[in-house]
Design a protein around this ligand. Structure first.
Ligand SMILES: Cc1cc2nc3c(=O)[nH]c(=O)nc-3n(C[C@H](O)[C@H](O)[C@H](O)COP(=O)(O)OP(=O)(O)OC[C@H]3O[C@@H](n4cnc5c(N)ncnc54)[C@H](O)[C@@H]3O)c2cc1C
Length: 391
């Protein structure tokens, strides 16, 4: 048997996910892209097979198999359909803040519904004028009695319009910069909450990306997550644990494109032999395979770090490295996969052009690749290193 970094038990879980992907997700991938419709049937499949609960505690209905295996599941699903992989990744993104900062009442009220998939979650940080610079957000929350009233709006929110619960960041103190940001659990039916335009986009077309608005949106004070002013800290701790989900999505896309291109190269002949025997094609395939495998090691490392309970700067750096490596691998590998298929690669009939369009977003969201590099370099500059040339 081929060497595998996963244990026998973990491989069994992967096999289960793979069979679900083969039977239920792969046959839907092209249609999801072409229709640009949110795939509720895939949500139902994930619910049925309890995939939303892989990383969550049994107390909330999860199977507690761990973050690493949730990443593996996202990878497997994204191998054929990045929109479907994102459904799992965003459910994590919306659940992690509650796990990290929720009180007992919030944990019991919301997590079981998210872990079962009965409710979908969204994470609302970005605004029209603030993406990378999220502390520059303008949305506000003012307390009156037992409620907060939220005003403002968010943009580019994944699951806008399909989520039941939105983790929203808004300023309770506009003069305090990032220390004035607070986090709220906002249900879609709270008065004053509204979904705006859903954006047409390049890839992950079945996923909704849209605006949400708060018009004096009334949120019970009990739905403040953590303390007032904790929001930015919560947002950053969440990203340390959720960025790997995007990395897993990217990794799945990269592996799917590599596998497809390899198969095609074995069957397509030019100049009297299969193109897989041309050295320039071999070089591409070798680079695609190596880049994908290297990214996988960084991703599985961060999954294991999270499962071991690690926190702090080391986790922040490893998370950014995994997302950076996987996202860049996905973009490079899918571009080469299109090249290996030649003219056919550019056609809708073959999945690699979809994979290339889908790959691009993994370099942009949950912190662009530039932001990941800033984070990694910042942590490097704070580390005490041994330089063997110094005396
Ligand atoms: C499909 C999609 C889904 C999304 N889903 C969500 C979601 O669910 N929730 C959510 O909150 N947000 C979401 N986003 C928003 C996403 O996280 C932001 O788009 C992203 O963080 C970049 O922010 P921006 O678009 O404002 O770009 P900007 O911050 O304006 O950046 C523009 C460019 O400048 C670069 N840049 C910015 N600052 C620096 C710097 N200091 N040094 C070097 N380069 C820099 C960026 O890397 C980028 O290339 C989504 C976006 C998309 C497109």
């Amino acid at each position: 048997m081929a060497y595998d970094i996963l244990s026998d038990e973990q491989r069994e879980v992967r096999e289960l996910v793979r069979s679900v992907v083969r039977d239920r997700v792969a046959p839907r991938a092209t249609a999801i892209d072409e229709s640009s419709e949110f795939p509720w049937d895939i949500v139902e499949t994930f619910r049925e097979h309890e995939l939303f609960g892989l990383s969550h505690a049994e107390r909330f209905g999860g199977s507690a198999i761990g973050t690493l295996m949730m990443l593996v599941a996202i990878e497997e699903v994204s191998n054929v359909c990045a929109t479907s992989g994102l459904i799992l990744a965003v459910q994590e993104l919306g659940s992690i803040p509650i796990e990290l900062a929720g009180n007992e009442e919030q944990l019991d009220r919301y997590l079981p519904r998210l872990v079962s998939g009965e409710w979908l979650a969204a994470y609302a940080l970005t605004e029209p004028g603030s993406g990378s610079d999220s502390a520059a957000m303008l949305s506000t929350a003012r307390r009156e009695g037992d409620s907060y009233f939220l005003n403002g709006g968010k943009r580019f929110i994944t699951n806008a319009g399909v989520a039941h619960l939105y983790v929203v960041f808004a300023k309770t103190d506009e003069s305090a910069g990032h220390k004035g940001v607070s986090a709220f659990l906002v249900e879609k039916d709270f008065p004053g909450f509204e979904v705006g335009r859903i954006e047409p986009k390049m890839g992950i077309k079945g996923s909704t990306t849209g605006e949400i608005f708060f018009n004096d949106c009334e949120v019970p004070a009990a739905n403040l997550l953590g303390a007032e002013g904790d929001g930015f800290k919560i947002a950053m701790r969440v990203l340390d644990r959720s960025r790997p989900g995007v990395g897993a999505q990217a990794l799945g896309i990269a592996q799917g494109a590599t596998d497809y291109a390899l198969d095609y190269a074995k069957g397509r002949e030019t100049m009297g032999k299969p193109i897989v025997q041309h050295q320039l094609i071999q070089a591409k395939l070798a680079d695609m395979e190596t880049r994908t495998e290297a990214a996988r090691l960084l991703l599985y490392k961060i999954g294991s770090m999270i499962d071991s309970g690690m926190d702090g700067p080391e986790l922040t750096k490893a998370s950014a490295q995994a997302k950076l490596a996987c996202g860049d691998a996905a973009m490079a590998v899918t571009t080469e996969a299109v090249q290996i298929l030649g003219g056919y690669g550019y056609m809708r009939e073959y999945p690699v052009e979809r994979m290339m369009r889908d790959a691009k977003i993994t370099q942009i969201y949950e912190g662009s690749q530039e932001v990941q590099r800033l984070v990694i370099a910042r942590e490097m500059s704070r580390e005490t290193r041994v330089n063997l040339f110094s005396s």
